[in-house]
Design a protein. Structure first.
Length: 704
């Protein structure tokens, strides 16, 4: 097959236009005029062989290298290149880069063994460089810098050209858009904010299972303080990244959560809680324990310092059945409890202080926001919510407002003095973050992958920015920018006035906590949910973004990493190779229908046991389940409840040409796969061969 033949095949099977009947929906709800989907091309053996042949002709005289590709689009290409390598090269090593770190098993970022060879990254297409940047970030963490990329089609967009220039990467391609009479995209200029990495370090013991807010880094002078899953509170040098001291909370590591409490600083002391139920006070210079107060089974809340009354306020969690939580205040000097307000649920939420009213504003596990008098803990006002508020509120003293985000999927604004509601804005998912007031604007992230910007003077929603991954990290302000991070590992800078994205910094793992920023706005410190810690210099216009050459950049550690920027927004592969034979046999022996959950449990006991175990592992509640046969030519499913539930497909049997399609995204399911599916839009499984596919479709709700 010649390149001309290959071009015609791609045009016939891989290029789709919006006027062909099926709408091409983009990730913001609009429509594409055209799009490439090379998965069908890669399933054509002749085409894949031709692409591999052309690749090896171009790289015939290239020095030895190893191949890397990001799942799943690059996997067929990567496999074909490895199998067709010329004999004189010998076996060619290859690795697969995960878009999302596994939350179970080995929690790998890279499948396969990286060797001491240059890495050649391969992919189907290159547009903006977003997925390639994620792959480069993961490989860099493993000690390999990518200098060359091979793609079948290079879009040569303005963003893509800027990306390769900034990265110093050579792109080798078979085709460009001009070969298909399509124009390159020059309408979207690339963000201009740049960063220079100063250092990176990691603490072993990160738990990939929990992709949630943990201990946020705290910057005090030339030191950075942070807790981690390994149950250590650590102090780092901001100049070198070296560990100055670390303190281990005895017994907390066994909880798998260690220290999630973000540290607070006051007069040379560090305060925090740990998952051994203890509140600690340490000397900030030495890490020596000053006092410890064990007062529960777990502390996931972050402390609030109220120096006016010499208090530190923190939430406590208990195993007792009658009152599992407490909003408590302790003496800063010796840790004695001064007052507490008991609640029924596990108290994970943290507090904020309004000095003008001397009120501690605190979301409780009893589904309400409380204002407590700081000195006594007496209730000044209470405001009911539909679910818990897991993170601290924000306060605007000028406008006398408090803002908070709830697990009931809403952002609230209240009068901070009275608790009277001033506004409420629903989001598409739980909110696990502290909002940010900047002037007359409120910035707040949501698990629905959007950042919400609200005009607090007019009480109107100004903008809803799709950031491509769940937004649990609390936003913060620097100069005329708001900085927010995502579970996709991206740190994003947004202009406060224009609300345009000015910079995107890609890290290999989810960033679930607020970043730390130096007072002069030059230093940026980022902690990932896997205990990795980075320091960057924020560069001014015209400054060189290339890495420093006066010292080598160390590899993070042997602990691998990766979690979202999602290549897909509508799908996420949670597991592979689930043993489904017993479940499939049960489905085949019983007439399949969609009963109530109680009837489902009685009719399909094997399936129910698996579902119950998975729900418990996820810390969620099974709310619906059904066995569904997807026949030819298509089956359409729509789940309105997905606005407040996570929906999954466990694939029990699948035709070779089956697809799950959501908008302009499609995945090829295989038996044993477990997929999270965004069912807020229509999901279609299609099998042109007529062979049936059997899916165990279920929904999980967040458990309080």
């Amino acid at each position: 097959m010649t390149l001309s033949d290959m071009q015609q095949l791609i045009a016939r099977n891989g290029l789709h236009f919006g006027d062909e009947g099926a709408p091409l929906i983009n990730k913001r709800g609009g429509r594409y005029n055209w799009l490439f989907d090379l998965r069908r091309v890669f399933m054509d053996a002749h085409a894949l062989t031709a692409i591999a042949t052309a690749f090896w002709q171009r790289y015939a005289d290239h020095p030895p290298f190893q191949l890397a590709g990001m799942e799943t689009g690059a996997i067929p290409l990567l496999t074909a290149l490895m199998l067709s390598a010329p004999p004189q090269r010998g076996a060619v090593n290859g690795v697969i880069i995960r878009k999302a770190r596994k939350t179970s098993g080995l929690a790998r970022a890279v499948e396969g063994e990286l060797r001491d060879l240059p890495v050649l990254l391969v992919d189907d297409t290159l547009n903006s460089g977003t997925s390639a940047e994620k792959a480069c970030a993961v490989l860099s963490m493993a000690g390999h810098e990518v200098r060359e990329l091979f793609v079948v089609i290079d879009f040569q967009s303005e963003r893509g050209m800027h990306w390769r220039e900034r990265r110093g990467i050579t792109v080798n391609t078979l085709f460009t858009l001009a070969d298909f009479d399509l124009p390159a995209d020059t309408r979207s200029p690339a963000p201009t904010q740049a960063w220079r990495e100063r250092w990176r370090t990691a603490t072993p013991g990160g738990i990939a299972y929990h992709v949630v807010p943990k201990s946020a880094p705290l910057l005090v002078g030339d030191r950075l303080y942070r807790g981690c899953d390994a149950a250590k509170m650590q102090a780092f040098s901001t100049e070198t990244g070296g560990v100055l001291w670390e303190f281990e909370a005895t017994g907390a590591a066994g909880s798998r959560k260690g220290i999630w409490s973000s540290p607070a600083y006051h007069q040379g002391r560090i305060y925090f809680g740990a998952y051994n139920g203890t509140l600690y006070c340490l000397d900030a210079d030495t890490g020596q324990e000053i006092w410890a107060h064990p007062d529960g089974e777990w502390v996931g809340s972050s402390p609030l310092i109220v120096p006016q009354h010499n208090l530190v306020c923190v939430g406590i969690e208990y195993a007792r059945p009658w009152a599992q939580g407490s909003l408590a205040a302790y003496n800063l000097d010796h840790g004695e409890k001064v007052w507490e307000h008991q609640v029924r649920g596990l108290q994970h939420g943290s507090a904020a202080y309004w000095p003008e009213g001397d009120l501690v504003i605190w979301g409780s596990a009893d589904h309400e926001m409380l204002a407590l008098r700081a000195q006594t803990g007496e209730i000044a006002w209470r405001f009911p919510t539909r679910r818990s508020v897991k993170y601290a509120p924000a306060i605007d003293s000028t406008r006398r407002l408090t803002a908070f985000a709830s697990f009931d999927k809403s952002i609230y604004l209240l009068d901070v003095a009275t608790g009277e509601k001033r506004g409420e804005w629903p989001t598409g998912e739980i909110c696990y973050t502290t909002p940010l007031f900047v002037g007359n604007k409120l910035f707040c992230g949501s698990g629905d992958r959007h950042l919400y910007i609200i005009d607090v003077d007019r009480m109107t929603l100004l903008k809803r920015i799709n950031l491509g991954a769940r937004v649990y990290a609390s936003p913060c302000a620097v100069e005329d920018r708001v900085v927010v991070a995502t579970n996709g590992g991206r740190v994003i800078e947004i202009d406060v006035d224009t609300l345009e994205i000015k910079g995107i910094l890609q890290l290999p793992d989810a960033v679930t906590n607020a970043v730390a920023l130096s007072d002069d706005g030059r230093g940026l410190y980022v902690s990932t949910y896997m205990n990795h810690l980075y320091a960057f210099d924020r560069l001014r216009e015209g400054e060189q973004a290339a890495p420093r050459t006066d010292a080598p950049v160390p590899a993070l550690s042997s602990v691998e990493a990766i979690k979202e920027t999602q290549r897909w927004l509508s799908f996420e592969q949670i597991r592979r190779d689930v043993e489904v034979s017993a479940l499939l046999a049960e489905a085949a022996s019983t007439p399949i229908h969609q009963p109530s959950l109680a009837h489902f449990a009685a009719q399909y006991p094997h399936c129910m046991r698996w579902l119950t175990a998975f729900a418990q592992q996820e810390g969620k509640r099974l709310s619906a389940a059904a066995l569904v046969i997807f026949p030819s030519p298509a089956h359409t499913q729509h789940a309105p409840s997905a606005a407040y539930q996570d929906s999954y497909h466990l694939i029990l049997a699948s035709a070779a040409d089956a697809r799950m399609i959501c908008g302009d995204e499609a995945v090829a399911p295989e038996a044993g796969d477990l997929w999270w599916v965004d069912n807020r839009s229509i999901t279609v499984a299609h099998s042109g061969s007529g062979a049936p596919s059997v899916h165990l479709v279920f929904q999980l709700s967040f458990a309080e």
